[in-house]
Design a protein around this ligand. Sequence first.
Ligand code: ASP
Length: 317
Amino acid sequence: MTFRHRHLLGIEPLHPVEITTILDLADRYVDLNRGARKHGDALAGLTQVNMFFENSTRTQASFELAGKRLGADVMNMSMQASSIKKGETLIDTAMTLNAMHPDLLVVRHPHSGAVNLLAEKVNCAVLNAGDGRHEHPTQALLDALTIRRAKGRLHRLSIAICGDIAHSRVARSNILLLGKMENRIRLVGPPTLMPAGVADWGVEVFDDMRAGLEGVDVVMMLRLQKERMDGGFIPSEREYYHRYGLDAEKLSCARPDAIVMHPGPMNRGVEIDGTLADDINRSVIQEQVEMGVAVRMAAMDLLARNRAAPPAREVMA
Ligand code: ASP
């Protein structure tokens, strides 16, 4: 089993073989989750703490379910209402946590890099559940598993990632992962929603959606992240939907068997047509949610194994 890390902080430090290791194990957990009895014991006796400094519905629930299915004691700390609001620093929070001896710490934070900082200060395995615009590794892994199961492979595919790339940690982690697995990546969206320096990322960039979708195998839509916008990035939601909202007509430019993805939560009628999102012949959005639990089980299982026998002189980004 090749996975040598103490933490899962991003896709960036992962080797393609390690990505495959996580996905292969996740495939086995999909089978477990589809069975009548959904219990494994890979995390039995371990304590998992979920710390979400930013709102989350599906990711937190997914991590919680993943931990419980593998026998961990799972605790959710509500950081919205916690001492953070009273001025405690992230380092103080880390010290407090250390005293409670958790084994797995799942963290979401609005600031890029905050999860890495926390990982340096605590004694347990840390999983990044999304930090600012930086990374959301388990989302990219669950997307990869969904694609691999739908397409039968995870290489030499043409994949369009569409919409609000600039504010999206999902896009960043996916670009890293899909690039490592040797896929052809297109970014589609208005220039105002493209990150600076995108020309150096080894991707093709399109501001015309029909041209960007031409012949692709996978169409990955992103949420318009209004909470991270501080100015006029789009003329209006109506205009945005007209130019960049995915509907059946624009999707007809992609391959006839192209799949449609969205990480959720969706703005129906803004970045995607609601009927298309629900079309089980094209959309794999529900599968993404299912794969999320399995991927998180796999990631925590692998980290727990490394925790038992820490690799020598491990330095992880
Ligand atoms: N749920 C994903 C995230 O936390 C995508 C989104 O919020 O748009 O980044």
